[in-house]
Design a protein around this ligand. Sequence first.
Ligand code: GDP
Length: 298
Amino acid sequence: RPSFRERLSKARGTVSGYLGSILSRSAIDDETWDDLEEALIRADVGVGPATEVLDAVRARVKADGIESPEVLLEAVKDEVKARLHVDDRTLHSDEGETNVWLFVGVNGVGKTTTIGKLGKREAEVGRTVVMAAGDTFRAAAAEQLGTWAERCGATLVRGAEGADPSSIVFDGITKAASMGADLLLADTAGRLHNKTNLMDELRKVRRVAGKEPGHVTEVLLVIDATTGQNGLAQARVFTEAVEVTGVVLTKLDGSAKGGIVLAIQADLGIPVKLVGLGETADDLVAFDPDEFVDALFA
Ligand code: GDP
């Protein structure tokens, strides 16, 4: 299996040229700072976070008398890591309860796939998993989820065509509770058939999911890394509608915009908990900022 670093090759490719040219010079000069800024912006770190990082690095270069480009790059990595630091990235659940993890996000970002991968992972550690096919916009979503459920021995709850997503989620919770299941993974739609407001629907799903016997311990916002700053703008709308507890950043394997991780945390103030590095079950991994930054700036 390719390493984390190898799977980030697209994102690394974006910055490696700039880093190479920084390292090829014997001193830190104006061009160094231009290259550094360009590398961060190209990686889609966002203007605000990039400026913050650069200002902090400049201050360190001055205070510590840094003269070598190598040491400068280490300072950049440190500053980026410091900005990615959060105390807790775990996925929360309570023993002996039917925990509900709700997945929200725009159509096509990878919600259904993420639920499948996560369901498999949780089933492998011995937890009983139920999946609710709450994405009633995409006809294939329930089939897709069904395939994942079958693979990992999870129970699938789906509704009739055009059923109310919140009722499917509620049926899922009722089923999970009656089975004494540990986890209900609930898919939601990223688009609607009718004119009902998507955010109103999400709020309703969230409300219903929290009703007895439901116990919502995670609301995970799924973001497609390849969409960069645009995806971030869309994501913001979801965080305004429901209280999001974590981000799943998918398709990082196919993205040149790895710096979006920093923009997400700086902008939304929500920790990235998981990253998707491909389409198979093993391609969903816990986000480790040190590993990520070291790979990105290698
Ligand atoms: P949904 O509409 O949000 O439920 O999106 P899907 O789960 O159907 O995913 C859309 C597409 O993205 C599918 O073809 C998935 O296989 C693909 N996908 C999901 N996550 C990843 C990932 O981490 N990496 C890659 N390369 N593809 C992914």
